[in-house]
Design a protein around this ligand. Sequence first.
Ligand SMILES: [Zn+2]
Ligand SMILES: [Zn+2]
Length: 305
Amino acid sequence: MSAPLKITILGCHSATPKTNAYPTSQIVEVRGQLLLIDCGEGTQVRLRENSIKFNQVKHIFISHLHGDHFYGLIGLLSTLSLLNRTTPITIYAPEGAQEILNIQFKYSGTYLSYPLHFVELKSTKSELICDEEKFIVKTIPLEHRVYTNGFLIVEKEGKRKLNLQKVEELKIDKAYFKKIVNGEDVISDDGSLIKNEEVTFPPDPVKSYAYCSDTTYKPDIIPIIKNATALYHESTFLELHKNLCAKTKHSTAKQAASIAKQANVGHLILGHYSARYKNLDDFKAEAQTEFENILLAKSRKTFVF
Ligand SMILES: [Zn+2]
Ligand SMILES: [Zn+2]
């Protein structure tokens, strides 16, 4: 089995934090690496509450500069310095984030113990922003009151897997196993060629995770997130308050489900609930009129795919 794709919700409510209703942040574990997406106020406390080894985070993705997605960043970065971190961090964020943080560092006399790199996002088209050994990250241009991107995390294809029964049958020596897993063909003892596909299974299917918050209903994103293993899509409102979506540039649970259905994703995780609602099951019920596989984001909840 390949490493699980894990999404841990640190906060999933909209702008006004309350007890047990924290602003947006999540940790994604992809092929063993931890990525932080958005960093609302109190994120560093949530990381500790969830026993996440946040010193291992090397990439931080910020969707937009509204406080409920961003105000926890200066605190987290400062704490990492107090902990004497030396590993670099790269922040992928809209234009302005670097300037804001630098002013905060300057006037608080903060000198970081580690290098901080910025990838400034300003394109309105989807672009590849991070290309690591085992995964890539692309932007998902969203439509909100300020410049906003979602993020699509896609695993890279792993190695083929050895068919133990077959290699035994063909009496292939163990010394060749590493080469076979790396995709090479083998010459058997009698000199005949054994093609790699004969002695291996295909690699595990790649998994992907699309994060879309905050945004109005935007069908343009469907081709970008098509067939994703899981989609997180904001659902600030229920249908009762659909009229507020145009003004605030948010979505309803039903609209999020419509995007999930059209994009043929595996699961839809709802979140970014407005503080006006008491019962989150209503979000699930409305969304399920459009799309079956609905999950509700809740603080401290981990989804594994
Ligand atoms: Zn928000
Ligand atoms: Zn916002």
